[in-house]
Design a protein around this ligand. Structure first.
Ligand SMILES: Nc1ncnc2c1ncn2[C@@H]1O[C@H](COP(=O)(O)OP(=O)(O)OP(=O)(O)O)[C@@H](O)[C@H]1O
Length: 304
């Protein structure tokens, strides 16, 4: 995935702004996404992720600025059949079986996937003949995921795709997402799980209050944060810890403290000096979650 291209980008946002009354859901967003891969959209509740996806699908109109999809206006008939979608709130006919739903969706697309192969690929065989309304939440999500793939899309929006899935089903979905992206699809993923973004995303865009506050690879975000994460049990107060050199952020549970620091050596020297009785010390690389926390001031996106 690259951020620019000679031909029309898959997604091109130019000063994209969407207001709801006085609320600005998207605030002059500029973004260009070309080629295949996985783009993760992260951000706390109300950051504008869903509004962005809805705008790309032509369900919501920009208040100003523009968003182009394959160089066309969102919702354009010519591009609709190139897009697959799995949203959070999906209402499907409860009386149809999974197989009937797949057949129905396949009829919308000029070049649908082979349904038997898709059913096998998504491991739906055990429940594909049952009515959708009788399926468990996780089974419904898996049918919805298969439906998003029916048209063999060039652009695939996955909104919280693994919510409600067990670990095995989540890993299986990840493998298919990687596969689909490797075969040429741009996957736009919004997720509660930073682990998921870390596992899948080539590029991570962090939104906050409708603005892009970071646009990088997961590794890039971690590296940009730099430093280390130190955990220990200490009797030092917050004030005493705050006075140590290079502290970026701190969380505490009783005497157990976890700090992000810019220079681990300088911090550790000062810490051990200040509290010789310190115990349970560990030093680790920052995770994507640490980077997210440092960027947004929140520990998890979307109140996960
Ligand atoms: N139809 C609407 N009417 C009024 N305000 C809206 C509407 N849709 C979204 N908003 C507001 O726009 C802002 C962005 O919402 P959006 O749903 O895009 O955020 P999000 O990042 O997807 O959040 P979440 O993680 O909670 O799903 C929020 O403040 C939300 O309340």
């Amino acid at each position: 995935m690259t951020s620019s291209s000679d031909i029309a980008p898959v997604l091109q946002a130019s000063a994209l702004t969407r207001r709801y009354g006085r609320k600005t859901a998207l605030d002059a967003v500029d973004m260009s996404v070309s080629g295949a891969g996985v783009l993760a959209l992260l951000g706390p509740n109300g950051a504008g992720k869903t509004t962005f996806v809805q705008t790309a699908l032509g369900l919501v109109r920009p208040s100003s600025g523009a968003l182009h999809v394959f160089g066309a206006k969102p919702g354009d008939r010519a591009i609709k059949t190139r897009i697959g979608v799995m949203m959070q709130d999906t209402d499907l006919a409860h009386t149809l079986t999974g197989r009937e739903l797949l057949e129905l969706f396949a009829s919308y697309y000029p070049n649908p996937a082979n349904l038997d192969a898709l059913i096998e690929r998504c491991a739906l065989t055990d429940f594909i003949k049952r009515r959708y309304g009788q399926l468990s939440g996780g089974q419904k999500r898996r049918i919805q995921f298969a439906l998003s793939l029916v048209g063999q899309p060039d652009l695939l929006f996955l909104d919280e795709p693994t919510t409600g899935l067990d670990i095995e089903a989540r890993r299986a979905l990840w493998a298919i997402v990687r596969d689909v992206a490797a075969q040429g699809t741009l996957v736009v993923l919004t997720t509660h799980y930073l682990e998921e973004a870390d596992a899948l995303a080539d590029r991570v865009v962090v939104l906050q209050s409708g603005r892009i506050i970071a646009d990088d690879t997961a590794d890039g975000l971690r590296t940009r944060m730099g430093g280390a994460v130190i955990s220990c049990v200490t009797s030092l107060s917050d004030e005493a810890l705050n006075a140590l050199p290079g502290l970026i952020a701190m969380t505490r549970s009783g005497r157990k403290v976890r700090v992000q620091v810019s220079d681990s050596v300088a911090f550790l020297k000062a810490l051990l000096n200040a509290d010789p009785a310190l115990s349970d010390l560990s030093v680790a690389q920052p995770t994507l979650e640490d980077a997210f926390e440092a960027l947004t001031g929140q520990s998890e996106p979307e109140g996960a």
